[in-house]
Design a protein around this ligand. Sequence first.
Ligand SMILES: Cc1cc2nc3c(=O)[nH]c(=O)nc-3n(C[C@H](O)[C@H](O)[C@H](O)COP(=O)(O)OP(=O)(O)OC[C@H]3O[C@@H](n4cnc5c(N)ncnc54)[C@H](O)[C@@H]3O)c2cc1C
Length: 332
Amino acid sequence: MDDTLYDIIVVGAGPAGLAAALYTSRDRLKTLILEKFMPGGQINNTDRIENYPGIERIDGPGLIQQMQNQVAGFGAEIKTGCQVTALKKQKDGNITVSCDEDKYIARAVILAPGSDYRKLGIPGEEEFRNAGAGVSYCGTCDAPFFKDRQVVAVGGGNTALEETLHLAKFAEKVTIIHRRDEFRAARVLTEELLEKANEPNSNLSIKYSTVATAIQGEGKVQSVRLKDVKTGREESFFCDGVFIFVGMVPNTDFLEGFVELTERGFIKCDCAYLRTNTPGVFAAGDCRIGAAMQLATAAGDGVVAAMMVKQYFRDPNWWSEPVSELLQPGGW
Ligand SMILES: Cc1cc2nc3c(=O)[nH]c(=O)nc-3n(C[C@H](O)[C@H](O)[C@H](O)COP(=O)(O)OP(=O)(O)OC[C@H]3O[C@@H](n4cnc5c(N)ncnc54)[C@H](O)[C@@H]3O)c2cc1C
């Protein structure tokens, strides 16, 4: 047991956790970040970021290195290889955070364990997993890299349709495949997609009742194996890229019983101040309900949570005040 009392423990050193720690440590709050692997989170997996405001283009590890240097410069401690397995609220209001045998104590906690893209689990998916090789899980991030190329999108929910419409602004041809014979996305989105697909010379087409069974190529994606689930017929379908939009899986198993989660495991919090149902515990980034699942919004969440920590320290009763009574024009 480390008996140092930290002001803040941040769980997860992705963009949300690092941004939170930047603000808390710069505010001279004693900050510890616990990270199960290495700093960076999901963005470490990309070599091209073009939508982080103020930086024209950078690779994920490069951006994270700078964030990490900035955080360390203000005195935050980072412990890597430290998977948080449990949290407990003490009678005195402090929170114990356990990483297997090791225990740490803090006055407040910012949860930023992120999410992972749900995988199809088919051959080739892992091998070609990055936009350069042809498999992507984020149209908003990677569509421009497929300008004038042919891509397949997989999925049928809101994100899948929205991202497919975005892809169609760049790609020469987009084919969306869906395992059912109708989309389960909101009607307005479905109508927009169908309208676009029915335009004369549209670059968007739909294959219903179809699943992808393998992604194929040499060095990069060259085709995807498709199966019609009604007839069982299979075909190799030419494409330069496969976008997989079948949902996100939040890394929140260890939080069950400690904070309230949605059915799908996202942390419930108020989306203005990021307070969970456990006083002193905030949620930030891709792990929370309503997250936009972007680098800039994850960093923004980290900043909000870090600023709200101070309000909680000033007045713990603030925790139970409804958002509607706190909102004021021009800021909180
Ligand atoms: C390939 C790829 C490309 C992308 N490109 C872009 C892009 O160009 N632009 C963009 O805006 N977004 C992009 N994104 C999305 C962006 O990376 C995420 O929205 C962002 O990383 C979310 O940040 P986060 O801090 O909330 O979570 P994460 O990045 O997921 O970080 C969470 C961290 O918490 C750690 N962790 C999890 N559980 C525990 C635990 N129990 N104990 C301790 N540590 C734990 C994880 O190891 C991880 O380091 C991309 C994502 C991927 C995968």
